[in-house]
Design a protein around this ligand. Structure first.
Ligand SMILES: Nc1ncnc2c1ncn2[C@@H]1O[C@H](COP(=O)(O)OP(=O)(O)O)[C@@H](O)[C@H]1O
Ligand SMILES: [Mg+2]
Length: 404
């Protein structure tokens, strides 16, 4: 059977030759792939080589690219490197871009935004309700709406009533809105976080929505807490015309604020107070039940309140016997609390100029003359409503009514 042996030998030989050829091919391919790998590794190294650019994700586009705000300024549309988990790219995430700023190459650890942590007022303002003249009803409102729910939440649960989520203080400037909020902060032992609306327009350009989100995150972390949004009209004006990118930006900030307000529990331990001089231009969305559902009007002081305000601001002053607060209050019809403070300071200066340490009625009269002349009437409010006609508070439908 030698012939058969031969043919089997031949078959194996052919087979081995084929395998050897295959092996050579694969080895060549392996070399090629190795070269390619080196090339890609170099590219990745180049991509990741410092300095990288820090940026914050604003949104992720449907096509997988992302809009970020770079620390160098502009908003950029960038690629997302394939080894980044796209699910981790939520708005507000800190990321690193490659040197060209074209691609997100790394997700950075989250840290507290220095802007936001700076908003926590560490030293509680030392203002109490006694430092605020008049406004008795408003003080009671704030006590019941903010301080009581924070200190005795059980009481509200037992009674089955929901305190308001947010309180909006409104009225002409200089009449004590900011003071009231500060006093509430100092009376409750809550963390106090103060945000000024106009800063969103000037200081946090392009980052408004993120800052709002961060502020509430901080508030939840440090609860019980009070978030005070002063000059809220700067971010919550009516949507008239969204033309410029600046307006779109304000819009995004407002939407984020509404989302935050909707998101928390009225019985929870984060409370929101806002203040505005211009309730007339506020977007009605902000006043809907479940948002700022208690509106507290802070009017200009009437005569009785003006007497108190004079008394408060002259507490550390040496006054001559002839100083008559009732008379001063009568002479300052239409003056705000801020005006009265200015009058007291001016009176002090008049005394100073005459080398006296005691302030006289004549000093006050001269000061009233000076301050009231200088004063424009910036808001029709003051004259439009008589002080007593306007109800102190308005409650939106659906808001809890609380009388104790
Ligand atoms: N009711 C008041 N009692 C005492 N001082 C007041 C009162 N209202 C205003 N003031 C004085 O005017 C200043 C400005 O008041 P502020 O609370 O900032 O006004 P608003 O926030 O309503 O514009 C205060 O710092 C305070 O000195
Ligand atoms: Mg104010």
């Amino acid at each position: 059977m030698p012939e058969q042996d031969n043919s089997i030998d031949e078959m194996y030989r052919q087979y081995i030759i084929r395998l050897e050829r295959k092996l050579r091919e694969l080895e060549a391919e392996r070399m090629e792939l190795r070269r390619e790998l080196r090339r890609y590794k170099m590219e990745v190294d180049k991509l990741l080589s410092p300095p990288l650019i820090e940026a914050v994700v604003l949104s992720v586009l449907p096509d997988g690219r992302a809009v970020v705000k770079s620390s160098t300024g502009p908003n950029l549309v960038v690629n997302v490197s394939s080894y980044i988990d796209p699910n981790k790219l939520t708005p507000g995430t800190f990321v690193a871009l490659n040197q060209r700023g074209s691609t997100i190459v790394e997700i950075l650890p989250q840290y507290e935004d220095p802007y936001v942590s700076a908003m926590e007022v560490v030293e509680r303002p030392r203002i109490s309700f006694d430092d605020i003249g008049g406004l008795e009803e408003q003080k009671r409102e704030l006590y019941e709406a903010i301080i009581l729910p924070l200190t005795k939440p059980g009481l509200f649960k037992e009674l089955g009533i929901e305190p308001p989520k947010g309180v909006l203080l409104y009225g002409p400037p200089g009449c004590g809105k900011t003071m009231l909020a500060k006093a509430v902060a100092s009376m409750s032992k809550a963390t106090f976080i103060r945000v000024v609306g106009s800063e969103f327009v000037h200081k946090y350009i392009g980052e408004g929505a993120r800052i709002v989100r961060e502020v509430f995150r901080l508030a939840r972390k440090k609860a019980p807490s009070i978030v005070f949004i002063d000059e809220i009209d700067a971010i919550a004006a009516k949507r008239i015309d969204i033309g410029t990118s600046g307006e779109r930006e304000v819009q995004r900030t407002l939407m984020q604020l509404l989302a935050e307000l909707d998101g928390f529990d009225p019985l929870g331990d984060v409370k929101v107070i806002a203040a505005t001089n211009r309730i007339d231009i506020l977007d009605p969305a902000i006043l809907r039940p479940g948002r700022f559902d208690r509106l507290v009007y802070v009017p200009p002081p009437n005569e009785k309140a003006r007497i108190e305000i004079f008394r408060i601001h002259t507490r550390r002053m040496r006054l001559a016997d002839d100083v008559d607060f009732t008379q001063l209050a009568r002479l300052t019809e239409g003056a705000t609390g801020a005006d009265i403070r200015a009058i007291v300071i001016e009176a002090g200066y008049f005394a100073l100029r005459s080398n006296r340490k005691i302030v006289t009625m004549a000093d006050f009269l001269a000061a009233i003359d000076k301050v009231m002349k200088r004063r424009r009437r910036p808001y029709a409010d003051v004259t439009e409503y008589g002080e007593e006609q306007v109800p102190v508070t308005r409650r939106n439908e659906g808001a809890a009514v609380m009388h104790m």
